[in-house]
Design a protein around this ligand. Structure first.
Ligand SMILES: Cc1cn([C@H]2C[C@H](O)[C@@H](COP(=O)(O)OP(=O)(O)O[C@H]3O[C@H](C)C(=O)[C@H](O)[C@H]3O)O2)c(=O)[nH]c1=O
Length: 192
């Protein structure tokens, strides 16, 4: 078995634990294999790899999305440090619209989080100099980007840090309210 997959409280958002092969030198892992991941139900085609480095604990990146036709599914993992990785369902008509789930992704647990298109994505770092790498199913299209403030009172996400301690980009500091979001996504049935 190349990897194990488990559901989260938010249908469609799944945790993947790839198999690691340890030996006297260290270890090896296929961190992504389209054929193996497709057998787990991960049918997205990924076309861009991202790598972000965040110096301070409490760095928050998000909550972001790209609109169709540039909507992005993401396969996220941590190679240095640790994050609390959050996805929010913004598919109009979804029974879990506005609901969020958070998952601990660390260089130690080596878990991956699959976030389908139609979800906001963001994370807070829980270690200094955290490095996050993630695959995207569409390429960068800044003109289609949308954002919601991480500490939106309606979403009420528990980030594990006081909002005043968050290290934000200038862009994220002025992100909009969830209540004002006119989501471009419509619920078409749970993503399996
Ligand atoms: C996302 C992206 C950014 N950039 C450039 C644009 C800026 O000059 C610089 C930093 O971009 P930004 O501040 O948007 O980076 P993050 O705040 O980490 O944004 C990401 O944060 C959350 C966690 C996400 O899931 C998205 O992938 C993405 O929105 O990289 C690119 O050239 N290509 C890209 O795909």
């Amino acid at each position: 078995m190349a990897a194990l997959i488990e559901q989260t409280a938010l249908p469609g958002v799944r945790i993947i634990s790839p198999r690691w092969f340890a030996d006297n030198r260290g270890a090896f892992c296929e961190t992504y294999n389209q054929e193996s991941w497709a057998k787990l139900g991960v049918t997205e085609t990924f076309v861009q790899d991202n790598h972000s480095v965040s110096r301070d604990i409490g760095t928050v990146r998000g909550l972001h999305f790209q609109s169709p036709p540039s909507a992005q599914a993401k396969l996220v993992r941590v190679i240095v440090g640790a994050i609390w990785d959050v996805a929010v369902d913004i598919r109009k008509g979804s029974p879990t619209y506005g609901k969020w789930v958070g998952v601990d992704l660390t260089a130690e647990n080596k878990r991956q989080l699959l976030i389908p298109a139609g979800f906001l994505h963001g994370f807070v770092t829980r270690a200094p100099n955290t490095e996050v790498v993630y695959k995207c199913s569409s390429t960068y299209a800044p003109a289609t980007e949308g954002a919601v403030r991480f500490d939106d009172p309606e979403l009420n996400i528990d980030w594990g840090i006081p909002g005043s301690n968050a290290v934000l980009s200038d862009k994220d500091a002025v992100a909009g309210r969830f209540a004002d979001l006119d989501s471009p996504f419509a619920f078409e049935g749970d993503v399996q």
